[in-house]
Design a protein around this ligand. Structure first.
Ligand SMILES: *Cc1c(COP(=O)(O)O)cnc(C)c1O
Length: 377
């Protein structure tokens, strides 16, 4: 089965074979620790920073919840900035740790409007933390993290950014954007197996954690256990690392860092979007198109299930919508290892066939349009 969905993405054979290596005991072997710290630096490199990064064993959701748990104490005011499902979800994590949630909602079909947010903050800016999403995977929208976080910094608000589906596919300059905690997952653009969440943390966020009035009410999720390790105890990690997953991640990071991944994602995003538009489809976002996922509105009288099933029968998996949009849109993940010329030629060839079979009339051949826009980029 070919994966061209919005994550988990396909995995390179090199990554799978590296994962199969079983070499050492991560708790007892100093060489493992050296390797692991070097891998952490590669996560920082992906975000163009020298800030501390680390990986936690667990799904990306764990990172999102843990970031909130570390920065938010009972009674802290938190601004939840959102224009999509993942952004809205941060509110629950804030409530679990007793924070006071203030919701800031923007248009679900556009990028967050920094000017409008600026006007809002003029009247209310007493927040300890703000949360937001870089790329809203369910709608294919990438937000202007640089504009948003630089604005929030003027009010000394700490920022938590979910870049699970942006990291490794979109440009991300952690320092320049003034981000305090950036969260990633192994299974999106990085294209390693699911199971690791990646955290990058600023000096300011570390100070905020050190200065908490109450301790973080978790051992596993306490960030300090990952970067303030005490090797005199004989252990460099808070628990036994899964060396195989970390080898896979390391290999996947090497692959990504060896190419101009921002350009590659931009190119495939450009060609995918324009192929659909030329063929007569409408995209779900009205602006701020993601480099990693394209969301297309289903033609009238058709559902995404029909398109999904027909493609699946031809050996390709794309994504349907999520939540309210489940059957109204379909999504293509030009994400990480999903991207290859052959994969996308096959996808558009089969999309032409599927639309023909379903009686969906297209203005032009998607395959021909895709080729044209890929070349012109
Ligand atoms: C994939 C993703 C996550 C992690 O959620 P899963 O349920 O593991 O897919 C979090 N945030 C965003 C924006 C994502 O795309």
């Amino acid at each position: 089965m070919k994966l061209l969905c919005a994550g988990p993405t396909s995995i390179d054979k090199r990554v799978l074979s590296r994962m199969g290596e079983s070499l050492t005991n991560p708790d007892l072997d100093i060489q493992y620790e050296i390797f692991h710290r070097n891998m952490e630096k590669k996560i920082s490199t992906l975000l163009n920073t020298e800030a501390t990064s680390f990986a936690m064993l667990g799904e990306a959701m764990l990172g999102l919840e843990a970031a909130v748990l570390n920065l938010v104490e009972k009674g802290d005011r938190v601004l939840v900035i959102y224009n999509g499902i993942f952004g809205e979800g941060f509110a629950d994590f804030v409530k679990y740790c007793g924070g006071e949630v203030v919701m800031y909602k923007d248009d679900f079909r556009r990028g967050i409007d920094v000017k409008k947010l600026e006007n809002f903050l003029k009247n209310d800016n007493e927040f300890k933390v703000a949360t937001m999403v870089h790329c809203e995977t369910p709608s294919g929208i990438t937000n202007d993290i640089k504009g948003i976080c630089n604005l929030l910094k003027k009010y000394n608000i700490l920022t938590i950014v979910d870049t699970v589906s942006g990291m490794g596919g979109e440009e991300f300059n952690f320092d320049e954007y003034n981000v305090d905690i950036a969260l990633g997952g192994s299974q999106k653009c990085i294209s390693a197996p699911t199971g690791l969440t990646l955290i990058t943390i600023s000096k300011e966020a570390k100070i905020a954690i050190a200065d908490r009035k109450t301790p973080v009410s978790s051992y596993y999720m306490n960030f300090e256990n990952y970067y303030k390790y005490d090797t005199s105890s004989g252990f460099a990690f808070p628990y036994t690392m899964n060396e195989n997953l970390v080898y896979a991640l390391d290999e996947a990071l090497d692959i990504l860092l060896s190419k101009d991944f921002v350009r590659e994602h931009s190119q495939y995003a450009h060609a995918t979007r324009n192929a659909f538009v030329s063929a007569g489809f409408s995209l779900y976002p009205k602006d701020s198109y993601s480099n990693t996922v394209t969301a297309v509105i289903c033609p009238e009288n058709h559902t995404s299930s029909e398109i999904f099933d027909a493609l699946k029968n031809k050996g390709i998996i794309i994504s349907k919508g999520a939540g309210e949009l489940t059957n109204k849109i379909f999504r293509i993940g030009h994400m990480g290892n999903n991207i290859s010329y052959d994969n996308f030629i096959e996808l558009f060839e089969k999309l032409d066939e599927v639309f023909d079979e379903l009686g969906i009339v297209t203005k032009k051949s998607l395959l021909e349009e895709f080729k044209k826009y890929l070349k012109e980029f």
